[in-house]
Ligand binder design. Structure first.
Ligand SMILES: Nc1ncnc2c1ncn2[C@@H]1O[C@H](COP(=O)(O)OP(=O)(O)O)[C@@H](O)[C@H]1O
Ligand SMILES: [Mg+2]
Length: 233
């Protein structure tokens, strides 16, 4: 279980997170919704220890992670699939996937490549292609695949639907659900509340650095305010 309690983050004078508290229980998909600039990516960067908080708590399975390095966070199985995908465009699909396993010492990498290909057959078909030549949706699949190569216990996904054709968004969300059912907890950051709520168990709505609303995804889907503000009426 991953818990943030009352986390405050500043960028200079910008108070980006104003006391954020969220919990990701083992085995669940938790959505973190909110419009542009709400603080969603900042929350994920904080969890990965890429930015320091002003104050607040952060625990994984009861142990504080406030002093952990980004590398230690990865070692404990918390893997961040970032907003802009950060692929190596001139490297092949396979090389990008293998880089996802860089922090591992074990030798089951071949097996895990096969696992990624079972989720994303499109990626397998393009294994020798340079990552930069893939479509946006395929690049997103590759970025998720690369994160899976690190064997995540908790996968942090930052806006997997961004800039992707609707048909591929549907495909990617179905696979996100499958990855979760196979045993990985997921913290899913999205502006696409409809898609996110359709796969998640629980959700938080972030507004201007504050958690404005939280609840089971099913309840939030039927909440008038959420429907009006985030689900298009
Ligand atoms: N590196 C940065 N320096 C200064 N301000 C930043 C930086 N990154 C983000 N911010 C600000 O912090 C707030 C939250 O940003 P972010 O977490 O990226 O939002 P979201 O991911 O929800 O769109 C925004 O007001 C944004 O302008
Ligand atoms: Mg963002």
């Amino acid at each position: 279980m991953l818990t943030l309690s009352n986390v405050h983050v500043y960028y200079g004078h910008v108070h980006a997170l104003k006391g954020v508290s969220i919990t990701v229980e083992d085995g669940k998909i938790v959505s973190l919704l909110g419009s542009n600039g709400a603080g969603k990516s900042t929350t994920l960067k904080f969890i990965s220890r890429l930015i320091q908080p002003k104050n607040g708590g952060y625990e994984v399975d009861g142990k504080s992670m406030l002093k952990a390095s980004p590398h230690k966070v990865v070692k404990s199985g918390i893997i961040h699939c970032p907003e802009n995908r950060r692929l190596f465009p001139l490297f092949t699909v396979e090389e990008n996937l293998r880089m996802g396993a860089f922090s591992r010492r074990d030798k089951n990498i071949k097996e895990d490549l096969e696992r990624v290909f079972s989720y994303f057959p499109r990626i397998k078909e393009r294994i020798k292609q340079k990552a930069g030549t893939l479509s946006g949706g395929e690049q997103q699949m590759l970025a998720i695949g690369r994160s899976l190569m690190a064997k995540p216990k908790v996968l942090l996904l930052d806006e997997p639907s961004l800039g992707i054709a609707p048909i591929l968004v549907k495909e990617i969300f179905a696979i996100i659900k499958k990855i979760n059912q196979d045993g990985t907890s997921i913290l899913l950051v999205e502006q696409n509340a409809n898609m996110a709520l359709s796969v998640s168990d629980y959700a938080y709505v972030l507004e201007n650095g504050n958690i404005a609303l939280e609840g089971s995804s099913q309840v939030l889907r039927n909440n008038d305010e959420v429907r009006r503000l985030y689900l298009g009426g």
